[in-house]
Design a protein around this ligand. Structure first.
Ligand code: GLA
Length: 396
């Protein structure tokens, strides 16, 4: 039992710790770690229905993905119907009752995300939020929405109309539109993650947090091909300093399990996205997952790298031809290291521990193999399969 002195000390210590973590006035951040969940677009695109979303939610629970951290279930484009006489947005016939859907998800410990555009039309030509921002934010909050992806799409026409051939003015107009929705979401009093999607234009990572973004797409769309996935992933070099708790770079959603890449290529996808502290939004049909797909998506040691509380994004430390080494700082002074082979044949890649700031007696763990490994004289060499990756955790 604690003595009363000890108890008082304990309480004072907790208060001090809390004050350091949450300084006066600061709110507990939403998206303190990169959001994890599922999004309908990469697999279902314009065909997604209420039943698909419920099936995804059920699969998140039964597969163990929810318990591994995949909480957000995000409906992408094509849920939107018409506005009623008062201008209130209605879902289309694929989504009979959004509030009931949100209740269903919440009852399973999941959260519901939705999609809109600052423009009059979404990218797939459905109703956007232009001129209805406050109203839409209120509607989302009343349904119980927890996440909004806000996709520029037709707002580019508005920018062009309002400031013809004036890129600087158009940029200001764009920023104002994102900020407007952020304020509208904030005014609802419901914590709603705000995901900016404008394909990385105008160095969005430099101003995303200013307009309330919790994450922002840094590139145009991903596709289920190794070339496109790696083009996007390796292009993230240099962006690490813009990410942190509450505001993340988003190199787009996962394609793992969609069938266009090999097991090793998807392993590269997960390794790179985790080192990048990227949002992990699965984009496959969760109700028809192979054990290999599930294994890639739910490796807890890999997820722990992505979700590390320090909230630092990783970056490239070395590259020579098709061989790359990336590293991400972790809490407690450890580092995650990804060894990538972009060549068409297997390659032996060597990590000098000094490259990532460690000496000869560092501890190494292979996170995909779930086993400790050993460096020799400060060097760890491993054969990496073609288009594959090895992921290590290095610590003192
Ligand atoms: C854009 C986005 C995609 C997806 C589609 C939907 O292309 O970048 O992620 O949301 O629109 O229409």
């Amino acid at each position: 039992m604690l003595t009363s002195w000890c108890k008082r000390f304990h309480v004072a210590f907790l208060a001090l710790a809390a004050a350091l973590v949450f300084p006066a006035g600061a709110q507990t951040t939403i998206a303190a770690t990169p959001p994890m969940g599922w999004n309908s677009w990469n697999h279902f695109a314009g065909r997604v229905t209420d039943a698909d979303v419920r099936a995804a939610a059920d699969a998140l629970v039964s597969s163990g993905m929810r318990d591994a951290g995949y909480i957000y279930v995000n409906i992408d484009d094509t849920w939107e119907g018409q506005r009623d006489a008062n201008g209130v947005i209605q879902p289309n016939s694929k989504f009979p009752d959004m509030k009931a859907l949100a209740d269903y998800l919440h009852s399973k410990g999941l959260k519901l995300g939705i999609y809109s555009s600052p423009g009059p039309k979404t990218c797939a030509g459905y109703e956007g939020s232009y001129g209805h921002e406050e109203q839409d934010a209120k509607t989302y909050a009343s349904w119980g929405i927890d996440y909004l992806k806000y996709d520029l799409c037709s707002f580019r026409d508005i920018m062009q109309q309002e400031a013809p051939n004036d890129p600087q003015k158009q940029f200001e107009i764009q920023k104002t539109a994102y900020e407007k929705m952020h304020k509208a979401l904030e005014a609802t009093g419901r914590p709603i993650i705000f995901s900016l999607c404008q394909y990385g234009w105008n160095d969005v990572w430099k101003w995303g947090p200013e307009v309330g973004g919790n994450l922002w797409r840094t590139t145009d769309d991903i596709s289920d091909h190794y070339d496109r996935m790696t083009q996007i992933g390796f292009m993230q070099a240099g962006l690490a300093k813009y990410a942190g708790p509450g505001h993340w770079n988003d190199p787009d959603m996962l394609e793992v399990g969609n069938g266009g890449m090999t097991f090793d290529e998807y392993k590269t996808h997960m390794t790179l996205w985790s080192i990048l502290a990227a949002p992990l939004l699965a984009g496959n049909d969760l109700s028809k997952m192979t054990p290999e797909t599930l294994e890639l998506l739910t490796n807890r040691e890999v997820i722990a790298i992505d979700q590390d509380r320090l909230g630092k994004e990783g970056d490239r430390v070395w590259a020579e031809g098709p061989e790359e080494i990336w590293s991400k700082p972790l809490t407690g002074g450890a580092k995650a290291v990804g060894l990538f082979n972009r060549a068409d044949t297997p390659r032996a890649i060597s990590l000098k521990l000094s490259m990532v700031g460690f000496g000869n007696n560092a501890k190494l763990r292979d996170l995909w193999a779930h086993s400790d490994v050993e460096a020799k004289d400060g060097l760890y060499s491993v054969v990496v399969p073609s288009h594959g990756a090895v992921m290590l955790k290095v610590s003192k």
